[in-house]
Design a protein around this ligand. Structure first.
Ligand SMILES: *Cc1c(COP(=O)(O)O)cnc(C)c1O
Length: 395
């Protein structure tokens, strides 16, 4: 018998199950390469954020092993007390150089990076202008700051301008924050236009480039590079858990700000530093991308090929301009059935429904990767066509 004080949790879980929103975990037993073992089955990986195939790259794995031997398993201290390894500083310098910014701060994750960056920059007397579709970690970081949050319509700088004009005078200072690439649709924030508005009103500027790093810009230098806005954005948040293939977050930008965050960012001050093997693997990833654009070039070639063929087949791949390829299906039950049948055909691609995406806009999200060979891509396309016809999505 469940204790009386806990029965509400049972009801919540039942409600999730009844509405089809309950999350069942897939269990992985391999690296997230082109093919991976999911729930004991070998499937084509169209699902992870391993854009460049770096997660299983031997150079990262070797670097991690060496660091493990040299530094041990964990730093056992927060960065500000005894947890700052030479590796951390080397990574911060390398990633700053890669992104052409003055300095960078390495934290435990991209989610944490937003919680680390926002509260020191704005507080109760301030206002944050936030894109309607910003990532949960930006929303949480913004809430944690206690600043007033004004949401502007997705990628709509006319609305942003109007809202800044209306609200900014009531506050001490303002900050505008946006995802660089929006992970559900694969569209890109109009960073140049956002910068124009910010300049006009003297707003602090922040972009979360989690899906842009290693993808957009020259050799994967990110969205700021893509728009040629070097030195113009105050804060670039990013992650090492996607294209870089490891784990950890980064806050990059002007030295004044990064130095200040080292004094104030709470996850930096109160949560232990990232482990040596993780840090060394991140460093190896940045070195690889600093030296060559081969992987990023292959990612885009694969993306153009896959998207083009999907469109020829008659699929609606939405408005993506990045390797994120949403296959729009509308109904959430259809999307889930599509994903289940793909899995039967050895394809791993997830269905996304409400509340991750709006009601009626359910989809399969394909993540294209440089790790996929030509025959992998063709295999994926063949199976999409087969399931699409079987379910009446294609004529
Ligand atoms: C994935 C993602 C994060 C979280 O990054 P982690 O390193 O996985 O914590 C943060 N922001 C955005 C925009 C993301 O897409």
């Amino acid at each position: 018998m469940t204790e009386a004080k806990l029965t509400w949790i049972e009801e919540e879980v039942t409600a999730l199950q009844d509405s089809g929103l309950f999350i069942n975990l897939r269990i992985i037993d391999s690296p997230p390469g082109a093919w991976m073992i999911v729930d004991g089955k070998k499937v084509l990986n169209l699902c992870t954020n391993n854009y460049l195939g770096l997660a299983e790259d031997s150079r990262l794995v070797e670097a991690a092993k060496k660091a493990l031997d040299h530094f041990g398993a964990g730093p056992t201290a927060v960065r500000s007390i005894a947890g700052t390894l030479s590796l951390h500083r080397e990574l911060e310098r390398k990633v700053a150089e890669f992104k052409k910014v003055e300095d960078a701060l390495y934290v435990q994750g991209g989610f944490v990076a937003n919680q680390a960056a926002l509260p020191p920059l704005v507080g109760r007397e301030d206002v944050i202008f936030s894109d309607r579709l910003n990532h949960a970690s930006i929303i949480d970081g913004a809430r944690l700051s206690r600043a007033k949050i004004i949401v502007y319509e997705h990628c709509d700088t006319t609305d942003l301008n109007a809202k800044v004009q209306e609200h900014l005078p009531q506050y001490r200072r303002g900050l505008v924050v946006t995802d660089g690439v929006f992970s559900m649709d694969g569209d890109v924030a109009p960073l140049d236009k956002i910068y124009e508005v910010a300049e006009k009103y003297g707003l602090l500027t922040m972009v979360d480039d989690a899906h842009g790093e290693g993808v957009l810009g020259h050799g994967g230098r990110g969205i700021v590079d893509h728009f040629g806005l070097h030195g113009k954005f105050d804060v670039e948040v990013g992650t090492f858990s996607k294209a870089f293939g490891v784990v950890g977050g980064v806050i990059a930008g002007k030295k004044l700000i990064v130095d200040y965050l080292r004094q104030k960012a709470r996850p930096f001050l109160f949560s232990s530093a990232v482990t040596p093997p993780d840090t060394a693997a991140c460093l190896a990833a940045v070195e690889i991308l600093s030296e060559s654009t081969v992987l990023v070039d292959r990612l885009w070639k694969n993306t153009d090929y896959f998207k083009g063929k999907m469109q020829q087949l008659g699929f609606d791949v939405g408005k993506s301009v990045t390797p994120i390829t949403p296959v729009m299906l509308g109904d959430v039950k259809l999307a889930k059935e599509f994903s289940r049948r793909l899995f039967d055909e050895d394809i791993f691609a997830m269905a996304l429904g409400f509340p991750t995406v709006p009601q009626g806009l359910a989809r399969i999200r394909v993540m294209v990767s440089a790790a996929l060979s030509q025959s992998d891509l063709d295999f994926g396309l063949e199976k999409f066509e087969k399931v699409g016809r079987a379910l009446g999505v294609l004529a």
